[in-house]
Write a protein that binds this ligand. Sequence first.
Ligand code: NAP
Length: 293
Amino acid sequence: MTTFLVTGATGNMGQSLIGFLLEKEANVKVIAAVRDVVKVKKTYGSLKNLDFRQFDFKDSTSFSDALAGVDTVFLLRPPQISKIDAYFKPLLKAISKSTVRQLLFLSVQGAEQSSMIPHHKIESLVKTYRIPYVFLRPSYFMQNLTTTLYKDIVTKRKIILPAGKAKFNWVDVSNIAEVAAHILLNFNTFKNKAYEITGPDNLSFEHAVAIINRYVKHPLVYKKVNPLSFFLIKKKEGMATGFILVMLVLHFLPRFQKAPRVSTFYSDLLGKAPTTLDAFVKREKSCFEKETL
Ligand SMILES: NC(=O)c1ccc[n+]([C@@H]2O[C@H](COP(=O)([O-])OP(=O)(O)OC[C@H]3O[C@@H](n4cnc5c(N)ncnc54)[C@H](OP(=O)(O)O)[C@@H]3O)[C@@H](O)[C@H]2O)c1
């Protein structure tokens, strides 16, 4: 039996991945590495082959118990954590000295091209510590519409961003998680390589909003703003400065970059088409119709 430790188990990717791992293979034990075991146990309920361990990226004393007896780690970088040397270096060192022999890191498309972004630094550390790895580099999550951008969608019927007419490649987290589960269960085939995973659509926010408006009674508006206005709007709303800056980089820089590469990794691997943005919006229609949080 292989033992998998999943970080970020309560987030977009972690929840979906745990579902695929438990569904695809009976001979696995999945451990959700979480900050608050009692709370998360209540949410997940009791599932066969799923266990919980206390784990905090910011508390290195939690690492050795969480990693005990683990074969494979699914690692992500929580969006709030940007101090890689402070938090990821000790964690990767602990992983390199543990029973772990396989690590899948959820990186980001283009991570190899910019030494500034945290994912690039994490990828380098994984190699430095000689941990057998796979780097999965996804494009822009469709689920941003139902998480980080959701409050404005519901309460203002707006998407407010400094993204201009830039095109984003929209990928469904469920597709990423399905591929991640496949890789984790067949690790040696993919070992020590990086793979981009994208959806089929390179679309601007204007286009994305037009798609959403096919399915809702009260239409949304895409409000293009400049970076300073975006900063001031979000600051006034109480968003943490660090997170506003992450949002700015993510949505402003693509205005000056080429359209994202479209990868066929998902369909090549699983023999089926990835989710289109239209299909995602149709699936999540009830979210987009809500007008109170
Ligand atoms: N959004 C995109 O378009 C996009 C595109 C490409 C790559 N990515 C990458 O995907 C990653 C985010 O994945 P996601 O969307 O699944 O994340 P998410 O939904 O924001 O979830 C973050 C997870 O990290 C956990 N966490 C936060 N701080 C922690 C700590 N100190 N110790 C332990 N756990 C902690 C959270 O647990 P709690 O429940 O305890 O808070 C939660 O489970 C990022 O690295 C991002 O750069 C995102």
